[in-house]
Design a protein around this ligand. Structure first.
Ligand code: ZN
Length: 209
């Protein structure tokens, strides 16, 4: 039974001090490291938000728009984010304490300026796949555990896509390995993931199994 760990966007930009910080985002780094070093997983994947500096999800690209308000991108509703995780900048690097040498595969996303990509599997319009589903299928992954940042955006969309694109694969959400942007949308996101068949679990339970 091939087991995989998918770590979502554990980058400086989403940790305190970053350009789009998630409260306590850095606190999940030790959880990731403990899981990676445990030997529980056959393959370890990390996603990396990797935007060009003119990415259309940035409020800076929409004159008159403010950050964190709802705007439009390519004719569709789009949250206006601060500039974040720009390719090649420190903001886009993985958190410096993350045990990156244990990561087998890095899936970058959000490179097309005309569309955002919360999910590690495909763009928000659900057209362009990143190829991660194929990579996991090729490895014969049957169990996929997901953690990272942020629960109510990139983690949620990645987990829902995993359920959609990987039929027959057991998908679990490592709850103590996630932090979210807004407590209300975090609760809704967990409910939505659970309804889609994603099973919440803690890292302690995984490591004691
Ligand atoms: Zn982004």
């Amino acid at each position: 039974m091939t087991k995989a760990l998918l770590i979502i966007d554990l980058q400086n930009g989403f940790c305190p001090g970053g350009h789009l910080p998630v409260a306590e985002g850095d606190q999940v780094v030790p959880v990731a490291n403990r899981l990676m070093k445990s030997g529980h997983y056959d393959v370890i994947i990390a996603s990396q938000d990797w935007h060009p500096d003119n990415h259309g999800s940035f409020a800076s690209q929409h004159p008159g728009r403010k950050v964190f308000e709802l705007g439009e991108l390519s004719g569709k509703p789009q949250m206006m984010w601060p500039d974040h995780c720009i390719q090649g900048t420190q903001d886009a690097e993985f958190h410096p304490d993350l045990a990156v040498s244990l990561i087998d595969f890095v899936q970058r996303k959000g490179e097309d300026p005309a569309i955002d990509s919360y999910s590690a599997f495909r763009d928000n319009d659900k057209n362009a796949l990143t190829g991660l589903d194929r990579w996991l299928k090729d490895k014969g992954v049957r169990e996929l555990d997901i953690m990272g940042l942020a629960t109510d955006f990139c983690v949620k969309f990645s987990a829902l896509d995993a359920r959609n694109l990987l039929p027959g694969v057991s998908v679990r959400l490592i709850t103590d390995g996630c932090r979210g942007i807004d407590p209300q949308t975090v609760a809704a996101a967990i409910a939505e993931m659970t309804a889609a068949g994603v099973v919440p679990i803690t890292s302690d339970t995984i490591l004691s199994s």
